[in-house]
Design a protein around this ligand. Sequence first.
Ligand SMILES: [Zn+2]
Length: 281
Amino acid sequence: MAIVRKYGRPDLFVTFTCNLTWPEILNALENRQRPENRPDTVVRISKMKLTELLDDILKINVFGKVIAYIHAIEFQKRGLPHAHILLTLDPCSKIRNKDDIDSFLCAELPNQSANPRLFEILSKCLIHGPCGTVNPNSPCMRDGTCSKNFPKALNEATEENVNGYPIYQRRAREPVKVEHEIDNRWIVPYNPRLIRLQSNGGLLNNDEILTLLDSRYASDPEAMWRLNEFSLRKISCNHEVGCSLAKPTASCISKWPRSSSCCSSFHEAYNINCTVSSEPT
Ligand SMILES: [Zn+2]
């Protein structure tokens, strides 16, 4: 809440999920091993890829300049590491109009012949369902309708603010046969550049629902993540936020950096990355 009070509401919510078919994982397996036999390898590669993703976001600035971020790791019942990342952008990088939204997010299938790789990834990983009349027993179904509101309505152009949310462009196109017929109403919004970065030449093939139904409630990855002492959360801040959180009176702010012991202990306790590079005036 202190981050939100200081920098305002986050602008972007990014999810990151471990993929057992990443080539780095498959290439590390021996003999007849399966990825679930090697949680140590799975979590190490997941951690490296998460770090790489955060570098792309925070250092290469794929979304513009990020002034604050929070990410948390979850394992959920299927056992694979999964990160939720909240990003607050610098005022110059804010997403203000529908052109900005379209430059970051897409909710349409790419042209299969022009972008075969992206099409392959999306058709495997970012199609919701099937649910509704095709599959009334889908886990997302509540009282006969999809709890995630799929299929979404078709929309010729992105709308910026409908009850506080953007409505993404989902143009009417000929349905495509994947496992069942789908069109743009069933696409989970994505960022094409991050999809390419995450796939990294491998084939994403993580059917979360099927994995859950198979009852593979593996806790090994979570155990390995913790045994490796990888952080489960990280919060960006400047010294002022860190100190005020650690010490509501914020008396140490004026003393920094001469006496920053409360800052250090706060940063250590919460694994906070202090981004201030100059002494406050
Ligand atoms: Zn659904």
